[in-house]
Design a protein around this ligand. Structure first.
Ligand code: DAH
Length: 332
């Protein structure tokens, strides 16, 4: 027997190598396994080096077993490496320990938020919310509202006409007021509605003008409705939207579909800011919809939710509402 024994037997090494390989569960482990067992300074090399000190007969037997072990470990290793590569493609790129991130949650558009706040204020006062068409007939946008063709007031609403071979009386509504006529045509009093929706004007844009924007229209028709009802309702609206102590001012204004017509301003840091137009429904408008104007009266109003939001949120350019810039939208 020689003095120097290989530090471990071929069988011991096989056992250790196989069990370590089975628990190598990542490419890093696999690589360190390769270095430990098959590397130049690894355990198999150490065992082979030790062969020199064995008797010739024993060296032959142990040498053959060691070579067999090397071939086995080489092929076991290759097999494991192949497995690891195919599963690592998924496992390796998914770091399950990464802390979760908050998903980006969308929100309602600032115009929608304002519209809902306004309509809710009126809903609580008994008004029902309805919507109407954005592509409208000239009849409802103008004629029924006491603005016949050739009436100078048509200039007040720069109109985008819809180009059609079949019709020459189709337009993009310039205001939500046509819904006054549509609602009256299809209902009998008492009527109390608010109508939010998009309007369009052939207009160049600047910080206070857009060619498309929202309006909220209101209409109440019944027997015995007076200007006091109009004032009471709009006062209450202003308090709900701008605060209990908000000062409000009405002044005469002209709109063809109301008589008398007014605009309402609110006190904003000592300045009067106009926020809506309103008035008693013109008898002609009631008659146009088939109502007896000696029996029924009503009031109507119209406002721009973007304008109101600009005031409340100190927004200096109406175009922000429609630019889809998340830096703006996410502030609401
Ligand atoms: N439709 C008007 C506009 O676009 C706003 C308006 C004024 C509506 C007075 C009304 C009203 O119902 O009574 O400028």
């Amino acid at each position: 027997m020689s003095e120097v024994q290989p530090s471990e037997s071929v069988e011991q090494l096989r056992e250790a190598a196989v069990s370590a390989l089975n628990s190598a569960d990542s490419s890093e482990h696999l690589e360190s396994w390769r270095v430990e067992f098959l590397g130049r300074k690894g355990r198999l090399t150490a065992l082979l080096r030790g062969l020199g000190s064995l008797e010739i007969e024993e060296r032959k037997i142990v040498g053959a077993a060691a070579n067999l072990l090397r071939a086995d470990l080489d092929s076991f290793y290759e097999e494991r490496e192949r497995q690891a590569k195919s599963s690592n493609a998924v496992v390796g790129s998914l770091d399950v320990t990464l802390p979760g991130r908050k998903p980006a949650v969308g929100g309602l558009h600032p115009s929608t938020q304002m519209i809902r706040e306004i309509t809710q204020a009126f809903n609580e006062m008994g008004f029902q919310t309805i919507e109407g068409p954005e592509i409208e007939l000239e009849k409802y946008n103008f004629d029924m509202l006491n603005i016949p063709a050739g009436h100078p007031a048509r200039d007040q609403w720069d109109t985008i006409w819809v180009d059609s071979e079949k019709y020459d009386d189709v337009l993009l509504r310039t205001h939500t007021s046509p819904m006054q006529a549509r609602v009256m045509e299809n209902n009998t009093p008492p009527i109390r509605v608010v109508v939010p929706g998009k309007c369009y004007r052939y207009e160049s844009t600047d910080s206070t003008h857009e060619w498309h924007f929202n309006q909220v229209e209101g209409l109440a028709v019944d027997t015995g409705i007076t200007f006091a009802d109009l004032k009471g309702t709009l006062y209450e609206f202003a308090r709900r939207i701008f605060g209990q102590s908000r000062k409000v001012r009405f002044r005469c204004d002209y709109f063809p579909f109301v008589e008398p017509g007014v605009d309402m301003s609110i006190d904003w840091n000592g300045r009067w800011i106009e926020i809506l137009g309103a008035g008693m429904v013109h008898p002609q408008v009631l008659e146009n919809s088939g109502y007896d104007s000696s029996k029924y009266t009503g009031f109507a109003f119209g406002m721009g939710p973007e304008r109101i939001s600009m005031l409340r949120n100190e927004i200096t350019d109406i175009r922000h509402f429609f630019s889809n810039d998340l830096r703006f939208l996410t502030q609401f």
